[in-house]
Design a protein around this ligand. Structure first.
Ligand SMILES: Cc1cc2nc3c(=O)[nH]c(=O)nc-3n(C[C@H](O)[C@H](O)[C@H](O)COP(=O)(O)OP(=O)(O)OC[C@H]3O[C@@H](n4cnc5c(N)ncnc54)[C@H](O)[C@@H]3O)c2cc1C
Length: 318
């Protein structure tokens, strides 16, 4: 098996989602390579060696400066040809979803979507995919190569294995239609502290916070722990907190070391986005709340009393 893992960069460094998928691909064996596409990204590429890539293919071209998918399809198709890869694995993001779909059409290759695991059965690659509202897991496969796989974000953790990678430059030619779209503006949401995808600690708030002002309890507790704030769909739909912080089936999948849930009932659609967290702590006034079925530590009580005391104690310890 020759596997290519799509690696994204941000501010000149490889990002965690790609390195996490690379670490997983390395456990499957065979030749594992990374691919980095962009402009001014070559220096970041060699970092993939530490996460299991023996080679990193780089297409460093001004045509790839904007985060637009179509030119990346040309570049990636060139790397697939050059590397002879029979499997291409992507960490899911807004951009990679489009690139994977474009590559699938370009190479007439099968794409399995939203996978939460990959394993080998003999020579067969098997993907695991949640279905029916994330209530069951199904096995999926491919009938042709290259096999394309898009992995749900936050599914795996990056694991350093300490290796080094050879960086190989690949020259791509771009179709006229691939470089016709231009990025006209790029707005960045202002935020401080780690993002929920990167944070080791997440303090998540639900309807039990009572209103948008209740999120100050989450923010203060997250601040004391150096963590990020997340939310349930019920509260983002109500406009209490931004959509970008929603965890769950229709939001983000996260796997911090510590997940503290304040006033969250633990509906299945929320659970599927955070069940991979290391330790789950739930504070809820209802002893029968479903979240207590899967929390590692449950506190039955009023969060408006407990959360400020917890924040105070943590600050005092620091
Ligand atoms: C197709 C579909 C997709 C969905 N996708 C998502 C998703 O991605 N993410 C998501 O989160 N949800 C999703 N949902 C919604 C999900 O089903 C739940 O409705 C939602 O997660 C509930 O949010 P909540 O826990 O904040 O609110 P609630 O279920 O209302 O729970 C509030 C909790 O707060 C507790 N509480 C109240 N006051 C206090 C207090 N003072 N102190 C302590 N505890 C208190 C209550 O006991 C209760 O358990 C989806 C639903 C559907 C149908």
């Amino acid at each position: 098996m020759t596997t290519l893992v799509y690696l994204e960069t941000h501010d000149g460094a490889l990002t965690k989602p790609g390195l996490s998928v690379l670490s997983k691909a390395a456990t499957l064996g065979g030749d594992v390579a990374g691919v980095v596409l962009g402009s001014g990204v070559r220096d970041a590429a060699s970092g993939a060696g530490a996460y299991g890539a023996s080679t990193v293919y780089v297409v460093d071209d001004e045509a790839l400066a904007s985060p637009l998918p179509q030119a990346r399809v040309d570049a990636l198709a060139a790397v697939v040809r050059e590397s002879g890869a029979d499997t291409v694995v992507f960490p899911a993001s807004v951009l990679t979803a489009d690139v994977a779909a474009g590559l699938s059409a370009r190479l007439d290759a099968g794409l399995n979507w939203d996978l939460t695991d990959l394993r080998l059965e003999g020579d067969e690659l098997v993907g695991i995919r949640p279905a029916l509202g994330d209530t069951v897991l199904v096995e999926v496969g491919w009938t042709t190569t290259p096999r394309l796989a898009l992995i749900r974000s936050g599914t795996f953790d990056p694991v350093e294995s300490g290796g080094t990678a050879e960086v190989k430059d690949v020259t791509a030619t771009f179709e006229e239609f691939s470089i016709r779209a231009q990025l006209v503006d790029h707005l960045q949401e202002e935020s401080s502290g780690p993002s929920i995808e990167d944070a080791d600690v997440i303090v998540a708030g639900g309807r039990g916070l009572g209103g948008p002002e209740g999120f100050s309890l989450c923010e203060e507790l997250a601040g004391a722990l150096g963590g990020a704030v997340a939310a349930t769909r019920a509260v983002v739909d109500a406009g209490w907190y931004p959509y970008s912080t929603q965890v769950g089936q229709t939001g983000k999948t996260v796997s911090p070391k510590l997940y503290i849930a304040l006033g969250i009932s633990g509906a299945i659609q929320h659970k599927v986005g955070m069940q991979g967290s290391g330790t789950i702590v739930a504070i809820n006034k209802d002893p029968n709340a479903p979240i207590f079925d899967f929390a590692d530590l449950g506190v039955v009580g009023d969060l408006t009393q407990i959360a400020p005391k917890l924040t105070e104690l943590l600050r005092a310890r620091r």
